[in-house]
Design a protein around this ligand. Structure first.
Ligand SMILES: Nc1nc2c(c(=O)[nH]1)N[C@H]1C(S)=C(S)[C@@H](COP(=O)(O)O)O[C@H]1N2
Ligand SMILES: [Mo]
Length: 400
């Protein structure tokens, strides 16, 4: 991580440490005039800068566009000590630098168990078999010709997201504490369309989805979910899936644990009971009490995180500033997000910015005047089922 920007090196204590209560009462106010800006004349506007005095880049400079060189520190980042290899590892989304609700394709966190398979789409196949009337094999061309194509915006969160803070603050920023999430618009075909075509036997209750990667990642999916809103997706944010996101085909399991969203999808077997695969027995279970493990945790609980200010995106100027963050829930829509300036004693309701979509990230903002005081910032999401994002202590009582 030698290329970290200076802001990242700032101590997170400045933002999260035991602080005074000076922030309390800094309620959201309607911004007045002169919130920012300096008086005329500013030398940067008076003196013509060099980029205004010569021609810019030609339109062929970047056949595939890239961000400004001034944004080069906005990248996925890894934690070298976290995993033994880079093939079975994770690179985190730079949440602190993003806005709105869509994650750009090149910044989507990626979590692989056997490296990102590099697949030739012409040779890739999806087979659907098992307890069906007519097992079928589909080419990518077949899938792109199928009727009923849809576009849907969904978040994908790894079951381990947030774990980096389970022992208390240790990583310097929300990229690491909460960056195992992304939110994109998927293009694909409802899984139900495939199942209708092969004809699922009446006794079938489960599916097994398997990836074509070296890890052969596979998970059991209950039939109700498969028929409800799962997609077989080939595009994200308007272009083909990226290799790290499962090119050319991935399963989309809205609102549910990331590990069920099988990448490089090659096979779906239909059966009458779960398969008890590695990723649902020895892995991805939650140890509760007395050594008992909770299995088949599916829907992701409501969560939220303040992305700015944060150690990687600190406030630089006093006065009007924006508190910005994201909230999400695996059960419908986010209903409300509250922000606390004093470690959870007092709360102010933030503004949810449109679009607020089910099973998608939701952006929240709180405009407020910062007087330079230390703040102990927290956010708390509520979803439409009435679930309130718990504190770690509350969660621990129930989930061990
Ligand atoms: N075939 C395959 N699918 C996979 C994985 C994998 O290693 N192989 N990792 C899973 C896990 S644990 C997560 S959290 C998500 C991550 O998706 P992403 O890489 O698009 O972020 O993919 C899931 N699907
Ligand atoms: Mo995951």
């Amino acid at each position: 991580m030698s290329d970290r920007d200076p802001a990242e090196r700032l101590s997170r204590r400045r933002f999260l440490g035991a602080a005074g209560l000076a922030g309390a009462g800094a309620a959201a106010m309607a911004p007045r005039m002169a919130m920012a800006g300096t008086a005329v004349p500013d030398p940067n506007i008076v003196n013509i800068p060099e980029w205004s005095l010569s021609l810019g880049d030609g339109v062929d400079a970047h056949p595939y566009g890239v961000p400004s060189e001034h944004e080069k520190s906005v990248i996925r980042r890894t934690v070298p000590w976290l995993t033994a290899t880079t093939e079975s590892s994770v690179a985190f989304t730079p949440l602190y630098a993003l806005d709105g609700i869509i994650t750009p394709n090149g910044l989507c966190f990626t979590r692989d168990h056997g490296g990102a398979a590099q697949i030739d789409p012409a040779r890739h196949r999806l087979m659907i078999h098992g307890m069906v009337d007519k097992p079928l094999v589909f080419t990518m061309e077949d899938i792109k010709r199928m009727p009923g194509r849809v576009n849907r915006i969904y978040f994908l969160e790894c079951a381990a997201n947030g774990a980096m803070e389970w022992h208390g603050a240790q990583m310097n920023g929300c990229q690491f504490s909460h960056g195992m999430i992304h939110n994109v618009v998927y293009t694909g075909i409802p899984l139900k369309t495939f199942l209708d075509q092969v004809g699922v036997k009446p006794k079938a209750k489960w599916l097994l989805a398997e990836g074509a990667d070296d890890a052969c990642m596979s998970r059991s999916i209950p039939m109700e979910k498969a028929l409800d809103d799962c997609l077989v997706a080939f595009a994200m944010n308007g272009e083909a899936l990226r290799p790290e996101q499962g090119y050319p085909l991935r399963l989309v399991v809205p609102g549910w644990q990331g590990n069920m969203w099988i990448k490089w999808l090659r096979r779906i077997e239909v059966g009458d009971e779960p398969w008890q695969q590695r990723e649902e027995t020895s892995k991805y279970t939650d140890l509760v009490k007395n050594g008992i493990a909770r299995r088949f945790t599916w829907a992701m609980d409501a969560k939220s995180v303040i992305t700015s200010p944060s150690p990687q995106a600190p406030y630089k100027v006093q006065g009007w500033n924006v508190i910005s963050g994201i909230a999400w829930t695996g059960r419908g829509k986010v209903k409300r997000v509250d922000v606390s300036f004093d470690g959870g004693r007092n709360w102010v309701t933030a503004r949810l910015e449109d679009p607020v979509l089910p099973l998608s990230m939701t952006r929240f903002y709180l405009d407020f005047e910062w007087k330079g005081q230390e703040m102990l910032l927290q956010s708390r999401a509520m979803d439409e089922t009435g679930y309130v994002q718990p504190t770690k202590a509350e969660l621990r009582k129930i989930r061990g």
